[in-house]
Design a protein around this ligand. Structure first.
Ligand code: SF4
Ligand code: MG
Length: 336
């Protein structure tokens, strides 16, 4: 059976001529029904641009899709009729963002905004649509949903607003939900509650879920598979357990060293990855990570490492991936 979503060798550029930035340089991933894929990386790695291209909401210009394909249940979406794309949004795939406050309109009640989908896409009356909106708020565990459905966004806490956004995104029962940094603006306790909610809804509805994040800690407990992005490429991709047990790419290892580990009672010192991600209009030759990698040798500055198979579906784009996998996770990695 075809995966729910299949992104294959996706390429996106911004700008023209010498100002061209290669934002996606051949990104491939897939999501199956009922599965959670976490897409992990620092800001500017291409996580959101990939998601926007999947959703058909990438601004073109300045963006330009220069290659690859995006298939939903086998149907090619790149180059598809805009009307078809619009129909799929909401009905088949939906997306939520970091900033729920700016995504909600301050002058309408939360319920009214959820109800609009039932009115305009399901032809319901205003009254019936509001009843459905309250049901949706109840689904995302907002207490007193029947009362709160009439309240305005500013009357909701940050966590409640994100719940309302989730309710809105699920109104038309999509098969795929993309959550782009859904908890970044929230405090740690609320983050965990939202993650738990997303995980529960995914399970109950058999949805595919893509969780985009820069924080490995946030997805540790809910991801089935993890794709790590760097400079518009996937640099490592495997199931979550293998990623934690045998991280292959020095960038992944650096990300792991820079977040507190749940199982680390002794509290090992956190080591942020030195340096910054490259500018996408000046990606370094060879391995794009080499200026920040403590293991870089001559071949790393000369040859772009291909994504290679390490067995059991584990892939990494590092010339020495096999060696790092064999070493296990606990060796000092990024800067000895
Ligand atoms: Fe580091 Fe070289 Fe591997 Fe790139 S290919 S991650 S520079 S060791
Ligand atoms: Mg982003």
């Amino acid at each position: 059976m075809a995966p729910l979503l299949e992104v294959d060798d996706l390429r996106v550029e911004f700008g023209r001529g010498r100002e061209t930035a290669s934002v996606l340089n051949g990104v491939s991933y897939h999501v199956d029904e009922g599965e959670t894929l976490a897409v992990l990386g620092e800001s500017g790695s291409g996580k959101s641009v990939t998601a926007q291209t999947v959703m058909g909401i990438l601004d073109t210009p300045p963006g330009r899709i220069t290659g690859g394909s995006v298939r939903f249940r086998g149907e090619e979406l790149l180059g598809a009729d805009p009307e078809r794309r619009r129909l799929l949004r909401g009905e088949s795939m939906a997306m939520i963002f970091q900033d729920a406050l700016s995504a909600l309109n301050p002058v309408y009640s939360v319920g009214f905004q959820i109800a609009e989908q039932f009115r305009f896409r399901r032809g319901m009356s205003r009254k019936d649509a509001m009843v459905k909106a309250a049901e949706m708020l109840d689904l995302v565990k907002i207490p007193n949903a029947k009362q709160r459905v009439k309240e305005y966004p500013h009357q909701f806490s940050g966590g409640m607003r994100q719940r309302a956004m989730i309710a809105m995104s699920l109104a038309l029962d999509p098969e795929l939900l993309i959550a782009d940094e859904p908890t970044t603006a929230l405090d740690v306790t609320v983050q965990a509650q939202i993650m738990e909610l997303l995980d529960e809804l995914r399970r109950e509805r058999g949805m595919g879920l893509i969780l985009i994040t820069h924080d490995l800690g946030v997805v540790a407990e809910v991801a089935d598979r993890i794709a790590v992005m760097y400079a518009g490429r996937i640099v490592e991709h495997t199931d979550a357990a293998s990623l934690y047990a045998h991280p292959a790419h020095p960038y992944t290892r650096g990300l792991m060293d820079s977040v507190p580990r749940v199982d680390d009672v002794a509290g090992a010192p956190l080591r942020p990855i030195p340096g910054l991600p490259p500018s996408l209009s000046a990606i370094p030759d060879g391995c794009p990570f080499h200026p920040r990698c403590a293991h870089a040798v001559d071949v790393c500055t000369d040859e772009v490492p291909a994504l290679r198979e390490l067995g059991s579906g584990h892939q990494a784009a590092c010339h020495f991936a096999e060696r790092f996998v064999a070493e296990g996770p606990d060796r000092p990695t990024t800067h000895e």
